[in-house]
Design a protein around this ligand. Structure first.
Ligand SMILES: Nc1ncnc2c1ncn2[C@@H]1O[C@H](COP(=O)(O)OP(=O)(O)OP(=O)(O)O)[C@@H](O)[C@H]1O
Ligand SMILES: [Mg+2]
Length: 203
């Protein structure tokens, strides 16, 4: 059975879809059979991302088009969500995912929101060790990620060692419907390296 990795957040616009698309891309590049299921039908979602460009190196599926038998043969299933989930939906997501990734910016407000969400997941039986915060849109210069990671860990929250730095290459990738490794940008390789490193922490 595939490893099911869901991506959710307390706030909108934190980088869920960017993370979902690139994580699926990184796993695919490593030779893992991966699909991305887009459970967020709005503009800016990963399904629209995949339709905007020449195609991504993995399938992006609408939940209605998912064939459970086909999923069983895969190595990984990434689920992109709408974010700001209702507690009931979060509980349901926690029940079917092997890992829940919670992207978070490093500003105090975003860290507070992440702490709240991780606190809820921590109160769900078994969900705490299956949840992990991922620091995203981290300024490439300075120590904001290290400080935020330490603060969250002191609260008993699991945090990925890899932080996803803030690079324009991700925005260009979204606009062009491709992965950041495929855009013309001098920081594209650095951006892609972050996602590859993160992918090794999850599978
Ligand atoms: N690491 C990053 N570096 C630079 N820009 C980023 C990064 N991650 C995300 N962004 C940008 O931030 C914006 C929001 O990202 P994204 O759409 O992935 O967030 P989201 O959480 O999926 O939003 P929503 O809640 O609306 O679904 C986009 O413009 C995206 O290009
Ligand atoms: Mg999104």
């Amino acid at each position: 059975m595939p490893r099911i990795i869901a991506i959710t957040s307390e706030k909108g616009g934190v980088g869920k879809s960017t993370l979902a698309v690139h994580l699926a891309g990184a796993l695919s590049e490593r030779g893992l059979e991966t699909v991305l299921i887009d459970e967020d039908g709005r503009v800016g979602s990963s399904l629209r991302w995949s339709q905007r460009g020449p195609g991504l190196p993995f399938a992006v599926l609408d939940p209605d088009d998912v064939k459970p038998k086909r999923l069983a043969r895969l190595d990984a299933v990434i689920i992109d969500t709408e974010g700001r989930p209702r507690r009931r939906d979060l509980r349901e997501l926690a029940g079917r995912a092997d890992l829940i990734l919670v992207p978070s910016g490093v500003s105090p407000l975003e860290l507070d929101a992440t702490q709240e969400l991780m606190g809820f997941l921590g109160s769900e039986p078994g969900a705490a060790r299956r949840s992990m915060a991922v620091l995203t849109r981290v300024p490439p210069v300075g120590h904001a990620a290290d400080t935020a990671r330490e603060d969250l860990r002191e609260l008993g929250i699991r945090v990925a060692n890899t932080a996803v730095r803030q690079y324009a290459a991700y925005q260009k990738a979204a606009e062009q419907g491709v992965l950041c490794r495929d855009v013309r940008d001098e920081r594209a390789a650095a951006a892609w390296a972050d996602l590859l490193a993160l992918s090794r922490e999850v599978i």
